[in-house]
Ligand binder design. Structure first.
Ligand code: DAH
Length: 346
């Protein structure tokens, strides 16, 4: 009787199939649990005559092992199919995670653009030190000893000399120092632009910063004229701000150029009609410039009878602000990603 029941259960268990957690639990309850069929048969063992008990007991043990093995198999396959079946793990209807792309800093974009334009006109790129001697930042550039730019309010000094000889060490206040270094070690023709970081002792505000960037330009050769300066900057303005841009030169003064001029370009916000960016003049200032003062050429060991040159200097922040309509200098150094992300793909 009990042997027949065992046979029945063996074929039932062998034929059983389980495809869900619920079915697995039902299998467990039915065959393995304390109230399951196998336990029930074990309970009946005591009614079996003594001489058969051992043999029946063995059959029951085989049945029990079979039930347990099948249970292990079922739960293993169930687990495997759950992890192997991607649809059970990935919800294809969920929105795609945003793919974040890095972006160049706007000052980098504009610096690269400036370099590119001048490189096509035959200028190369030169660099000079940010920590500089007085000679390169001031004296060689024809700054008088009592020039206000040499004052502590304007310049960060690293060390200041006491005596007659000016051997102060300072943070360069402009990129014009690279002009001197270049002319000192290279004979004309020289055609170079010099991008870099400069420092001035200013309180930080929307309009001023103590660290900013400039690009210096220098062209020294035989017969370089003021017309070459005008043509070069006119071409630059058209490339940088659009082909309808015009330039305007206003007389100015710098110790290292004579004559000197400030360069204005047609306001590219209002196209010259007048707006609050250009203060209703139609023009915005982009650079200082002039013919290299003969004293500067001589200071660098270049014969000013034989050679002439022009130079210019422009602020990268200023051009970037005008180009992108940015009204606060501090945005360039805060590195707020909400600001920087606007230049993705620019
Ligand atoms: N160094 C000047 C400044 O920082 C800019 C400048 C003006 C550079 C005229 C030049 C130049 O080379 O010719 O304001």
């Amino acid at each position: 009787m009990i042997t027949e029941k065992v046979k029945e259960l063996v074929s039932e268990i062998e034929a059983a199939s389980v495809t869900s957690k619920e079915q697995l639990e039902a299998f467990r309850l039915k065959y393995i649990s304390k109230k399951g069929a196998v336990t029930e048969l074990f309970d009946g063992l005591k009614n079996i005559p003594q001489e058969d008990r051992r043999a029946v007991g063995q059959e029951l043990n085989t049945l029990k092992n079979l039930a347990q093995n099948r249970f292990q198999e079922f739960s293993a396959t169930l687990e495997n199919t759950e992890t192997a079946n991607p649809e059970m793990l990935i919800d294809l209807t969920l929105p795609v995670a945003p793919h974040l792309q890095g972006s160049l800093h706007p000052l980098t974009i504009v610096r690269r653009r400036i370099i590119e334009i001048f490189e096509r006109m035959g200028f190369n790129v030169s660099y000079g030190p940010e920590i500089e001697k007085d000679w390169y930042n001031f004296s060689a550039l024809n700054f008088a000893d009592n020039h206000p730019a040499r004052e502590m309010q304007d310049t960060f000094f690293i060390s200041k000399s006491e005596g007659e000889v000016k051997d102060d060490v300072l943070l360069r206040t402009h990129t014009s120092n690279v002009q001197v270094r270049l002319m000192e070690k290279q004979k004309p023709p020289i055609r170079s632009i010099m991008p870099g970081r400069v420092f001035r002792n200013e309180a930080i505000s929307a309009r001023a910063h103590c660290v900013f960037h400039q690009v210096e330009g220098l062209y020294v050769d035989k017969n370089v004229s003021f017309k070459d300066l005008k043509d070069t900057l006119y071409h630059f303005a058209k490339e940088m701000f659009g082909k309808d841009s015009k330039i305007r030169l206003r007389p100015s003064y710098f110790p290292f150029t004579e004559p000197s001029a400030e360069i204005d370009v047609t306001c590219f916000i209002c196209k010259g009609k007048g707006c609050n960016v250009c203060k209703y003049s139609g023009w915005v200032e982009i650079a200082g410039s002039g013919m290299v003062d003969p004293n500067v050429l001589e200071n660098c060991g270049i014969d000013s009878e034989e050679y002439t040159g022009f130079a210019f200097g422009m602020g990268i922040e200023r051009i970037t602000m005008l180009r992108y309509g940015i009204n606060d200098l501090r945005l360039f150094t805060e590195n707020d990603v909400r600001f920087l992300r606007q230049f993705e793909g620019a």
